[in-house]
Design a protein around this ligand. Sequence first.
Ligand code: GTQ
Length: 354
Amino acid sequence: MTQGEMTQGANDQRSQLEALYAAMAPQGLQPLWESLHALVLTEPRSPAKPWRWDYAETRSFLMRAGDIISAEQAERRVLIMENPGLAGQAAITPSLYAGLQLILPGEVAPCHRHAQNALRFVMEGSGAFTALDGEKAVMEQFDLVLTPAYQWHDHGNDGDAPMIWLDGLDIPTVRLFDASFAERLGSAAHPETAAPGDTLARYGHNMRPMRGSAADRRPAGRPLFHYPYADWRPALQSLATAGEIDPHFGHALEFTNPADGGPVLSTISAHVRLLPAGFESRTRQATDGTVFVVCEGTGELRLGEETIALKPRDVVVVPSWVPHRFLAATELVLFAYSDKASQVKLDLYREFNH
Ligand code: GTQ
């Protein structure tokens, strides 16, 4: 065959294929061979981008929203932290959602429940509450509060300052499975079922009320929903004092469900890290795209050529499989959440420590 005949043959094939695609597309049929390598990647290549939300900037937009719309009218007054690589998807990673919620003094966010699992991580303020099935968790800075799937929750602010927290939800995961249900209670607040702090008092000390006894009031599989900073910060400090440092994580503690030692939510895992001043972590990559909140200190996140500066209350996201390492300028304390809980269940989780 001459060069010309080969080109002619390729052109014939292309035009025949294009005709085939056009004819079969209305029947819901597409050729795998045109997209195989984009569908079955040799390794993760996330459409999500590494990104940082500067707290002061984000906060100023949120406060502006607070001047315009009430929490009650909005139902949830939240600025979605949408990953620029996932435009229009209300997602910070392909599986997870993040948003910054504001409740002003005297406001309420009405009671509802839904299939989505949520965690709240307090960014600023004091004395507002999340009520779970009618029990208030009074929230302080850097507390972690859970609202697991289908448990009633409402929020309110009895204090005298704005309260801002990060909402971490599995909204995109629930959307992937087409499994969303939601309902409103109908009244703004759930009737009180227990005094504030009751669950923490009963289940928060590595013990639990005797099963079947009158005191055993919480769901057996997931009793605890409040992990105060006043508890986790000293625990992290004790670890740092007691133990050798991990070259990849620094000093790290995962929040656990006391019922089984597993992740805090069925779809979301959460942990905290302490990196001493001057510490440079070794590079790691993992399939769980992770959202980090800087609680204390300053430093840098290095992702290949890219450097993201870290300061208190900034939120940063590291997408799946992006090699990254942390440098602590001063002692750095980080909160993190990811979909590791889901991925482990689905046998998808992989990590590589360099
Ligand atoms: O508080 O239940 O940021 O349902 C997004 C969806 C918060 C909530 C969000 C929600 C909530």
